[in-house]
Write a protein of this length. Structure first.
Length: 270
């Protein structure tokens, strides 16, 4: 279970570049739940993922995961509990190392390491079988450098690596945004299959309204560092892409109305 209580994060406080990225976000995610996070640019959705991952320490509030208070934990310590796939297909892997070597590292995440062969004969057979499930023919290319693969192939392997040890939480940060449509569709299908098979608790950020309604059991919409809508149960089941787009349009219209009011008040007090 993930529990987030009243977290705040302000970047560049007290300067002209001050950004209040998170403003009192609270969220409880039950074990096995698959949450989709949507929002406009700058809404705080990726910042929320980074706060959970430990990319920075929040200003106030608490983050608990799997009965651990991880609020002050550094990113590398949280990696024992969290698997993550980044937007860039070339992040999260060692490009000059082979597919097998990258997967071997993923299999040792959070465990003690020593000198020895990264992949033995038995381990190589297990890697081959796991990679075969991707249906990309990569099981015959385990000795190839992972940097020589296409973006879609690499992202599929990164997803496999992130979920290898069945983490307490899987973070997906727009992990298909940089892929061509065919590759994105393939990775999304793998995402669904892996999460459903292993019943992984998941947070996924996306700009795709189609992905938002096709995946997960819950959708939250963020705006200006706050959770604006939280769709669960029957409301989530009824959600369609056009419904989500209408909510975005309502935000845009409201902000257009708010701007003249703010200007009028400013002029009134001058």
């Amino acid at each position: 279970m993930l529990q987030i209580e009243g977290i705040h994060k302000t970047f560049n406080p007290g300067t002209v570049n001050e950004v209040r990225a998170l403003q009192g976000v609270s969220l409880t995610l039950n074990q096995g739940s698959f949450l989709i996070i949507i929002g406009t640019n700058g809404s705080g959705k990726s910042t929320l993922l980074n706060a959970v991952a430990g990319s920075f320490i929040v200003d106030t509030g608490t983050i608990n995961l799997a009965d651990h208070d991880i609020t002050k934990w550094p990113e590398h310590r949280r990696a024992k509990l969290i698997g993550r796939v980044f937007q860039n297909p070339f992040s999260g892997t060692a490009p000059t190392m082979s597919i097998a070597e990258n997967l071997a590292l993923a299999a040792r995440r959070g465990k003690s390491r020593g000198l020895g062969w990264a992949v033995g004969r038995k381990g190589h057979a297990e890697l081959r079988e796991r990679v075969r499930t991707l249906n990309m023919g990569l099981e015959d290319r385990l000795d190839n450098a992972i940097g020589s693969l296409s973006g879609g192939q690499r992202q599929a392997l990164t997803l496999l690596m992130a979920s290898w040890l069945k983490p307490d939480l899987l973070l997906l940060d727009e992990h298909t945004a940089a892929l061509d449509p065919k590759s994105a569709e393939q990775v999304i299908r793998l995402t669904h299959d892996i999460i459903a098979r292993d019943k992984l608790t998941t947070l996924m950020v996306t700009h795709s309204m189609q992905q938002a309604v096709n995946l997960g059991d819950r959708i939250i919409m963020m705006h200006r560092g706050r959770i604006l809508h939280d769709l669960q149960g029957s409301e989530r089941a009824r959600a369609r892409p056009e419904d989500l787009l209408t909510r975005f349009e309502d935000i845009r219209r409201r902000e257009q109305l708010d701007a003249p009011v703010a200007e009028m008040l400013q002029n009134f007090y001058v």
